[in-house]
Design a protein around this ligand. Structure first.
Ligand code: DQA
Length: 146
């Protein structure tokens, strides 16, 4: 199956961005690791990071046309603002898991609301880069069940 991993704004700075909050692992390391894990299990993993809302939306639309089976998304700050990305995911009706590196519930109140969680298959937060790996495992499990 094909799995798409989407990373929202500022996640290209992982490794150097507030390492106490987001960890020392870079985005390239995360993507590389996920690609390897997916291919070991016979699946294909693609990823995109963008700081632009419209690019993420257009990638989601394209995923609908490309028969992507599952999306793993860390919408980053767009989690708390983007009705448009939520609507794009609903428009293509590809199941997705929402991931956050930090435990958003330990942080500022404005991070406690997500435009994604109520329509996600599941949500993982606070487990750092490991959260993506767990999301991938869960996605593969769901794909293989169907
Ligand atoms: C984040 C949490 C968001 O509140 C924040 O805006 C981010 C990253 C996380 O992975 O912990 O950019 O999604």
């Amino acid at each position: 199956a094909s799995i798409l991993v989407l990373h929202g704004p500022n996640l290209n700075r992982l490794g150097s961005r507030e390492p106490g909050v987001y960890g020392a692992t870079t985005l390239d390391q995360i993507n590389q690791h996920l690609r390897e894990l997916a291919s070991q299990q016979g699946h294909h993993l693609l990823s995109l990071q963008s700081n632009a809302e419209h690019e993420l939306i257009e990638r989601i639309h394209a995923a609908g046309d490309e028969a992507i089976d599952f999306i793993i998304i860390n919408p980053a700050a767009f989690t708390h603002t983007s009705v448009a990305i939520r609507d794009a995911l609903l428009a293509v009706s590809i199941p997705f898991i929402e991931v956050h590196l930090s435990n958003v519930y330990k942080r500022e109140p404005f991070r406690h609301h997500s435009y994604f969680s109520d329509v996600a298959e599941g949500v993982i937060c606070g487990l750092g880069a490991k959260g993506y790996e767990l999301a991938l495992q869960a996605a593969i499990h769901k794909i293989e069940q169907n």
